[in-house]
Design a protein around this ligand. Structure first.
Ligand SMILES: Nc1ncnc2c1ncn2[C@@H]1O[C@H](COP(=O)(O)OP(=O)(O)OP(=O)(O)O)[C@@H](O)[C@H]1O
Ligand SMILES: [Mg+2]
Length: 580
């Protein structure tokens, strides 16, 4: 019998419930408000009082309303049929609603329970299996969806029977397994996972070593992220966080893309829905939406629903990872998630930490980031969840708690600079402040040596030095004037500008420039290093023009097509203006 309770107090979305029985932290419950049933989550329990956070508006709710506890935590339903869908943070299918706002108290099915799937068995009767074992598979759009022994089933099982190849609904029994005590269990294609507690759906978590192609040069060439890696993009308002994430979501070399639009403005979310269905994957030629799942909560949805969305996105991603797939999760913005945590903690009147964020903000963020990763699966193959979140620090202050906590948790740091955004140098990733700790991993260096070219990381470092020296030269020129510095300073400056224009700047809205594959990045970068490594003849500032002329000649030999991008043509224009 489920635990019951009665509402005894209401503070906005936080409701106090007098309970008649045991309830647990993070348990789900439903509040009866007239005809509607409002879903809520327990966020604090003291004696027979449970503090619950309602995932919906509590307007009009009365003291005395009945509450029924569900006996489990917030869960996601996992089964074939999730790809290309759009959910809210509680896994309601948004396409089954009017617009992107859900009617109060209503829920929708996350998958189609009537659809039939082409099942092929992978296990046979007599097989010894453990949680996560692939019992069979069904094709789901462009991926192969593995049907696994649910991860909630601990211990060893023996397959008693398995369904023959054929068409089945997700709720049909596709296998019967027997536990050590001899009890039979029916297995369907549906699993339920808690979202806030990571299910250990793997055997090991080795360090990531393979670099993931994003098609964004400032990332792949300068500060690459790995399959199973973590990174974050802090940037002031309007610096290009969302555009950068969208570019990555369109281009990245992953099997499944999870886009979590967490508390961003409603119109941005609508943009995703309008844009995504038409886009084509540069790797496969398939529709991009086919490999994408969107979770979206705008900042005008109740705070608890916003808080749940990043977890829901992560749980679904972990499930696809357990099938041996490469999953990329993009969350925009994790600051809104942290703000949701803050609002909840403030309502609970907890002792606040810095800037009124919860005291354990750092731990919450690192716990969350640690759910990403490369994993080895029970059957021996590997899967990965790569996580990339944006952070919007108020006033661009990188010393605020969310940025600082995230910096401790994520291995890649892509700092968007206001100055670069102001001068329209997009993506505004600061080439010197940003870093990828993966470049220090021996296994990543070895991977790059093998797949790109030997000594690649040294080349990356020499490019960074070039940019650094160019920046110093620019500062000196600014202070002392054109004629006040040795002519080499001009050379350094214009060389670093060339690297900046060709490699670092990339127009996300230009058909050709938006995406650059690894092969081409290597080609372009080598060419730039070659040009920048050349000694040009200089005999005084005036003859800097010989340097410029030589550069233009070089560009002409390349027919200008080698670096075809708006930023490059702009650079070329600046140089041509110098010599004309
Ligand atoms: N890579 C890019 N190429 C071309 N233009 C860009 C690029 N990145 C950003 N921009 C320009 O900057 C504008 C703002 O970008 P975006 O909306 O991504 O900023 P944001 O950091 O997400 O802002 P907010 O903090 O308000 O969410 C874009 O509308 C676009 O005009
Ligand atoms: Mg944005």
């Amino acid at each position: 019998m489920a635990t019951q309770g009665k509402v005894s107090g209401i503070v906005a979305n936080m409701v106090v419930v007098k309970t008649e029985g045991a309830v647990s932290q993070n348990e789900i419950c439903h509040v009866k408000d007239g005809d509607v049933s409002l879903m809520a989550e327990v966020i604090k329990v003291i004696g027979d009082e449970a503090y619950i956070q309602v995932f919906d508006s509590t307007r009009g709710l009365r003291v005395g309303a009945a509450v029924e506890f569900a006996g489990h935590m917030l869960e996601v339903t996992l089964a074939p049929g999730m790809l290309s869908r759009s959910y809210d943070g509680l896994q309601n299918d948004l396409e089954k609603m009017d617009g992107i706002f859900i009617e109060r108290g209503s829920t929708t099915e996350p998958i189609d329970f009537t659809a039939e799937w082409d099942f092929t068995p992978l296990a046979k009767s007599g097989d010894r299996v453990v949680a996560g074992w692939w019992l069979g598979e069904v094709p789901e759009i462009n991926i192969t969806h593995k049907i696994m022994l649910p991860f909630t089933m601990e211990g060893n099982y023996t397959v008693k029977s398995i369904a023959a190849k054929g068409r089945y609904k997700v709720t049909d029994t596709i296998a019967v397994v027997t536990d050590a005590q001899g009890t039979d269990h029916n297995i369907t294609m549906v699993q339920k996972w808690p979202v806030k507690k990571a299910v250990k759906a793997y055997t090991e978590k080795p360090r990531p070593s393979k670099v993931m192609e994003t098609g964004v040069r400032a990332i792949d060439t300068f500060n690459p992220i790995t399959e199973g890696g973590t990174g974050f993009i802090p940037g002031p308002f309007g610096a290009g966080k969302t555009v950068l994430q969208h570019a990555i979501s369109k281009q990245a070399d992953a099997d499944v893309i999870m886009v979590v639009a967490c508390g961003e403005r409603a119109n941005e979310v609508v943009e995703i829905f309008a844009e995504f269905p038409h886009l084509v994957d540069p790797h496969t030629g398939h529709k991009l939406m086919e490999r994408t799942i969107i979770i979206c909560n705008t900042s005008n949805m109740p705070v608890a629903a916003r808080e749940a969305s990043v977890y829901t996105g992560m749980a679904i991603s972990e499930y696809y990872r357990a099938m041996g797939l490469k999953v990329l999760v993009l969350a925009d913005s994790t600051s809104r998630w942290a703000q949701a945590l803050r609002e909840m903690s403030n309502r609970l009147e907890e002792l606040p930490g810095q800037d009124a964020f919860p005291m354990d903000l750092s731990a919450i963020i690192s716990n969350f980031y640690s759910r990403a990763g490369l994993v080895t699966l029970p059957g021996g193959s590997t899967g990965s969840v790569t996580f990339l979140g944006t952070v919007s620090p108020a006033g661009g202050n990188l010393k605020e708690p969310v940025t600082e906590s995230t910096k401790k948790a994520a291995r890649c740091f892509y700092a968007l600079s206001q100055a670069r955004a102001d001068s329209k140098r997009y993506p505004a990733i600061d080439p010197l402040d940003s870093y990828s700790k993966y470049l220090e991993y021996p296994e990543v260096q070895e991977y790059l040596d093998r797949t790109i070219e030997s000594g690649w990381v040294d080349k990356v470092m020499s490019g960074k030095t070039l940019v650094q020296r160019g920046k110093e030269a620019a500062e000196q020129i600014n202070i002392l004037g054109d004629d006040g510095v040795p002519v080499e300073y001009h050379e350094r400056f214009w060389k670093s500008e060339l690297l900046d224009a060709v490699i670092l700047q990339q127009d996300a809205f230009d058909n050709i420039d938006a995406y650059t594959g690894f092969e081409r990045q290597k080609y372009m970068y080598n060419m730039i290093l070659d040009i920048c490594g050349r000694r040009f003849e200089f005999d005084g500032f005036e003859s800097c023009s010989s340097f410029f002329k030589e550069l233009i000649n070089l560009f002409k030999q390349m027919n200008y097509t080698e670096f075809d991008s708006p930023a490059f043509h702009d650079y070329r224009g600046r140089i041509e203006a110098k010599i004309s």
